[in-house]
Design a binder for this molecule. Structure first.
Ligand code: SF4
Length: 551
């Protein structure tokens, strides 16, 4: 059957149109009900908080060309937020997944212990067998260290980690108390780098920096860019259609499914930031021809800096959802502009889509018309709308935890975003061209790519949401309670802090930070896993027997 299909068959175009139709269709909730719900949410707040929060809650109106939403602002104290801290964004998200390196948390044990293995990012050791992902390294700072300083203890910990494990690199992550006592972790890292002859990189990612984990992503990007990228000075070129996967964290094995399909197409992944990530791959990242940006929020800094220094262009992709994956593969083929590659990509899409569709059809029958809330990440609340639409499920409320306005409105909003004191707290690096290794596509190529409109841009989540749908940035538990009671969604995609509150309402929650115990959900096979998982939750009769303890 697969050989008979072509990319222009009715089968693909019909299913894709249906998917886009679901995404862009108006909300099934009436505008009046939506406005009443917002009023109920806002009424509960004191005046000042109400004024602030109302700027973070927007009813989608596609007739407004550049609709705005406030984002990346401080959470009001007392409000229960989903957000994490800068330490979580730096060590937990971007740096932690490098499995052949040792990541030392400099601080009291709590931050380290409670962030130990919670992300479910997977790692396969390379030939050298180095795999430290499952360990928890901490200096376990105590009262004595807080009073007299913890730098000596830190250096001792680095030495010990080196002696026992011989990792490829050692990273140091400072937590809140360390920022307060002022331990010089950068000085310690420099000293230990010289002493041990391997990169020891310190990240000043104290939890209180910035307004959310987003600050930690930026700090991690800066550290990697300054201390790792380009460290391979011997390899001059990697042949073939080479890419880096940026902002893909291999939760539940996502990047393995993405790589499986890319490899089948003939596209080689040089490095991934930071799913199944290894130091030896990361230091070659500057040799890839393009950066494929999945999570725009957590990695766009690195993509921009690499373009300035090495001339590596970047492209926004989404590998979540079968049609989104097909679209992204075609964008990559357009970038390389090679007829044989384009043909191979089309063949792979036809083959993979046919297999996936055959299985998705049965789930779609049971899921079509169901409604979803999505509150996750800085890109996932956008990415997953495409996969839900593949299943005929409509996202009626969506919001990010830690995104900035450009993740909602698109990068054209960037010049209008005010840089406040919290953002200024995170260093913007001055980046210069590498005199020898700056290697952008030719002017003619860049012109072609600009005309194709596929490079260096992200249009954000808003344009993909239909009229009357609701966007809520940094949602609180109170807001979630009101919306669950009024809109009665069939499923909520969210994180661990909300999961059990949501399920006590009798609504299934799919954790989209760490996927609970499932995955992969990316790519063609991942979409089928996801459909099965969602079907089991949404169509389980269990939910009707649950009564919230507070009702
Ligand atoms: S906010 Fe500070 S104390 Fe809390 S987990 Fe983050 S780094 Fe640790």
């Amino acid at each position: 059957m697969t050989e008979k299909l072509s990319p222009t068959t009715d089968f693909e175009s019909v299913s894709q149109q249906a998917q886009q139709g679901v995404m862009l269709s108006p909300s099934p909730i009436s505008l009046e009900e939506t406005q009443d719900s917002i009023a109920e949410i806002i009424e509960a707040y004191p005046k000042k908080v109400a004024r602030k929060r109302s700027k973070h809650i927007v009813v989608r109106d596609p007739s407004i060309p550049e609709q705005e939403i406030n984002a990346n602002a401080r959470t009001t104290p007392g409000i229960i937020t989903q957000r994490g801290c800068a330490f979580a964004g730096c060590k937990g998200v971007v740096v932690g997944p490098f499995g052949d390196c040792v990541h030392i948390v400099h601080g009291p044990i709590g931050c380290s212990y409670y962030s130990w293995l919670t992300r479910r990012n997977q790692f396969k050791p390379r030939e050298d067998g180095k795999d430290f992902l499952h360990y928890c390294f901490s200096t376990d700072l105590n009262e004595h260290d807080v009073v007299f300083g913890g730098v000596n203890k830190l250096k001792q910990a680095v030495q010990e980690a080196y002696d026992i494990f011989q990792p490829k690199s050692i990273t140091i992550h400072s937590t809140c108390p360390v920022g307060l006592i002022g331990d010089d972790i950068q000085g310690a890292a420099r000293e230990m780098t010289q002493k041990l002859g391997l990169p020891v990189v310190a990240f000043n990612c104290e939890g209180y920096k910035g307004v959310s984990q987003s600050a930690g992503h930026h700090i991690a990007n800066n550290g990697f860019f300054q201390h790792w990228i380009g460290n391979d000075t011997e390899t001059e070129e990697i042949e073939g259609f080479t890419v880096n996967l940026m902002g893909e964290y291999n939760i539940g094995g996502d990047s393995w499914e993405i790589e499986r399909v890319l490899e089948k197409c003939g596209i080689k992944v040089v490095s991934t930031f930071s799913g199944d990530a290894s130091y030896d791959d990361a230091i070659k990242a500057h040799l890839a021809k393009i950066n494929l940006v999945m999570c725009h929020r957590s990695i766009n800094y690195m993509a921009n800096m690499m373009e300035e220094k090495y001339g590596t262009p970047w492209m926004k992709v989404n590998f979540i959802g079968v049609h989104a994956f097909a679209k992204s593969l075609r964008k990559i083929a357009k970038f390389f502009n090679d007829p044989a590659l384009t043909k191979r990509v089309e063949d792979v899409i036809v083959e993979e889509l046919a297999i996936a569709e055959a299985q998705l059809t049965q789930y779609r029958k049971r899921l079509e018309g169901k409604t979803v809330f999505l509150f996750v990440g800085g890109s996932r609340a956008h990415h997953y709308q495409e996969l839900f639409a593949d299943l005929g499920m409509k996202t009626i409320v969506a919001g990010y935890e830690f995104a900035h306005r450009d993740d909602y409105e698109g990068r054209q909003a960037l010049p209008n975003i005010k840089v406040d004191a919290d953002s200024r707290n995170i260093e913007e690096l001055d980046v210069e061209r590498d005199p020898e290794r700056y290697n952008p596509p030719s002017d003619a190529e860049m012109e072609r790519l600009r005309n194709e409109n596929i490079m260096n841009d992200y249009k954000g989540m808003m344009p993909d949401m239909g009229e009357g749908t609701l966007l809520v940035d940094n949602i609180s538990h109170h807001e979630l309670d009101v919306l669950i009671k009024r809109f009665k969604p069939d499923l909520i995609g969210s994180g661990i802090k909300d999961k059990y509150v949501i399920e006590k309402f009798g609504v299934p929650c799919k954790q989209l930070h760490n996927y609970d115990y499932g995955g992969p959900f990316a790519g063609f096979r991942g979409a089928v896993n996801f459909a099965k998982d969602v079907d089991l939750r949404v169509n389980s009769p269990t939910w009707q027997y649950i009564k919230a303890p507070w009702d």
